[in-house]
Design a binder for this molecule. Sequence first.
Ligand code: GLV
Ligand code: MN
Ligand code: MN
Length: 416
Amino acid sequence: MGSVLSVNAQRLVADLEALGQIGRVAAGGLSRTSFSATDTEARNWYFERCAEAGLTVVVDGLGNLIVSSPDVVPETTDRPAVWSGSHIDTVPNGGQFDGALGAIAALECLRRIHEEGIVLERPVRSIVYTDEEGSYAHLLGSSALARGYSLAELEAMNGRDGDRFVDAFTAAGGNLDAATRTKIDPATLHATVELHIEQGPTLENLGHEIGVVTGIVGLGGGSVTFRGRADHAGTTPMLGRKDALVAAGALVVAFPDLAARIGDGAVITSGVISVEPGSANVIPELVHVTVDFRHPDANQLAALEAEIRGAARAIADQYGVDVSIDLEPSIPPAPLNQGIQDLIAAAAAARGLSSSCLPSGAGHDSQNMATLAPTGMIFVPSIDGRSHCPQENTSWIDVENGANVLLDTLIQLAGS
Ligand code: GLV
Ligand code: MN
Ligand code: MN
């Protein structure tokens, strides 16, 4: 039998619907990119939910929110804690569930434990991680917890509009000194669990209600910049031009072949290209291409990076332009804890829910947390497998089921 305790589904749905209105844009989705006004509004909304539930929020140096309930048994307060959470920032014009589900479900679990006065061996904390979607750096908040950032690293971070992280961060009230002191002691953590939408079609195709995540894909990324020469678009013959955009285009067109050379599981994407000087009648001089590449295997991820670097250099030579390649250190693939996978599968079975094991092709803060403590993830189905778009959707019954499996898993981890 699973725990008799269940989430308050009505409150969970109402919260997800309310949060789903913050940052709603005319294009139909949500834009709550980190450190934007709408992200701040969502965080303030979350603070209010915690306050009305009698929960305490600590904001760490990079804006991660760590929520506690007044512990029923004082001597457990300092024991290694069980963390659960996700993010409430979104991609531009993104969906309502990516991140929000896991963040609000964790809060709901903590509310239920607190309001029922359940005595556990270890504290449970509800977490909101900063900038998961990488407006400035992919998995920023959890990277800060797992490895920390130097001031130089923070100063080098730029947003998708070329804006500086340090400006956005300090404008939002952040303190740069505190931002370099965010690394946590793994001894303070017992385990972490994150509920998330699958963001792909596997569970829906199988007709299964719960996904037990076996591991998270490795992530690499950054930008490639081609520098050519600005010249008149009408008077400069095609032969001998140094067109940075023609080179950048060749790199993007090569992505499917580069990924195919590595084989199954390799993906490469460019989601942002900027062109300078940016005039229809000037040959492009400077082109920045973002690159996001992923593979579930660490060696293959490194091989994929080598393919991208090699192709960028060869293309630059071919088109007579200069190239600089600025890739961040890759975030390694993270196998998830087998014991927690077993707990999730058992919790699903006890509630009569079908489940299957699957890997995650999306990045999650859990892959950083897995370097600190035993970590697990629970997936629920995404309708039509859609995500990072306004059509992203999950049925309310799947939301409730996922939150209940999360609650059972947290109680198991905190109680024994
Ligand atoms: C996060 O959603 C990612 O996988 O990029
Ligand atoms: Mn997410
Ligand atoms: Mn996402």
